[in-house]
Design a protein around this ligand. Structure first.
Ligand SMILES: [Cu+2]
Length: 369
């Protein structure tokens, strides 16, 4: 574990300059029109997306050094580190450990993050409504943290700080409070209601603890599963690299332009389901826009019928989430991004590579690691 102050000094004095230059290079490409076709949303943008050397001036993030790859995070659903059946009930146990860790969020930009299990977002917890969820939390960070889950559970399992006026109350009414460095706590509750939820650290100051990277997706499936689909989780996030309460880098699943450099492969006509949540701090609104298509949207994922039909853009405040469902009719390269242009320019932009059949059209030359 590196000394945070040293890391921060080095980061601000050195790597930020390089990284900012890289992002500026990206900006310059756009300004010079090298990839100006990208936003037209028609078939012509394919050439633009791949001839402008996007990954050239940007370089590549060392995912191995980070210890996680955004492409794997998309489909890395954690159904429990240990699963047991007890009296006809499924108990899912998860091991969570908070670690202070430097993460390369864009080529050359290293962020002094706090992580759950060495990754941002933390593990995607997945279970079925009614399961008993047990999260063994170890705080190996130098700072106090909590895990606060969205969902229905007793006060004793709500990971929030114990305020001054709550100190005298029994812990089953306040929850365990902040878990100090080096200590542990087991959160245990029944998973309900079904939906697309989230968890995050709720220690004070909250905006710092969330923004540092302590959050993740929490998917509770309905008792009768949703129709089979190509599923993926997208956590919209951002990073304030110079600690001025404004973000410099935006992304889905942490790494700027991750799915531009490694397009997400899907098939023509297959049902795609995205579990989407916004964890961006410091900006009031985030959004998701899909090119050349429309989707159905299930706000919070707590219904089996869409709450919005046939839309191509939705917006979310922090903590808001939902499920998107769509199918692509045509093969090709299709962009998705925040419909706040600044966010897209600073990293929150990706591509779907829609293929007729994955066995016919290979991914050669698609720059996959
Ligand atoms: Cu925290």
């Amino acid at each position: 574990m590196s000394n945070n102050a040293v890391t921060r000094r080095r980061f601000m004095a050195g790597t930020l300059g390089t990284g900012a230059a890289a992002l500026l290079a990206r900006f310059a490409n756009k300004a010079s029109g090298q990839d100006g076709g990208q936003y037209n949303g028609n078939g012509e943008h394919r050439g633009g997306a791949h001839s402008d050397g996007v990954s050239g001036p940007m370089g590549r993030v060392d995912h191995a050094r980070n210890g996680f790859h955004p492409t794997e995070i998309l489909t890395d659903f954690n159904y429990g580190d240990r699963v047991v059946e007890e009296n006809g009930r499924t108990i899912r146990e998860y091991d969570f450990i908070a670690i202070d860790q430097e993460v390369e969020i864009a080529p050359g930009i290293f962020f002094p993050a706090w992580t759950f299990n060495g990754r941002i977002p933390g593990p995607t917890i997945r279970c079925t409504e009614g399961d008993l969820i047990r999260i063994n939390f170890i705080n190996a960070s130098e700072h106090p943290h909590t895990i606060h889950f969205h969902g229905i559970h007793p006060a004793s399992m709500d990971g929030v700080p114990i305020m001054e006026n709550m100190q005298h109350m029994p812990r089953d009414l306040t929850g365990p409070g902040m878990i100090p460095s080096g200590e542990s706590f087991t959160y245990e509750f029944t998973a309900e209601p079904f939906g697309m939820h989230l968890y995050h650290c709720h220690a004070i100051p909250l905006k710092r603890h969330i923004h540092k990277g302590l959050y993740g997706a929490f998917i509770i499936d309905p008792p009768e599963p949703r129709p089979e689909a190509h599923e993926m989780v997208m956590v919209m996030n951002a990073f304030d690299t110079n600690f001025d309460n404004a973000n410099e880098v935006y992304a889905v699943n942490t790494i700027a332009f991750a799915y531009n450099n490694d397009p997400i492969q899907i098939k023509v006509n297959e049902l795609v389901r995205i579990y989407l949540v916004n964890l961006v701090e410091f900006d009031l609104l985030n959004s998701f826009h899909l090119h050349a298509n429309f989707f159905d949207y299930y706000d919070t994922g707590t219904t089996l019928e869409p709450t919005l039909r046939t839309v191509d853009t939705i917006m979310q405040v922090q903590g808001q989430r939902g499920i998107l469902e769509f199918r692509y009719r045509f093969p090709g390269m299709f962009m998705f991004h925040a419909h706040v242009s600044e966010f897209a320019e600073l990293g929150w932009m990706g591509m779907f590579h829609v293929v007729e059949d994955a066995t016919i059209i290979g991914m050669e030359g698609m720059n996959h690691d």
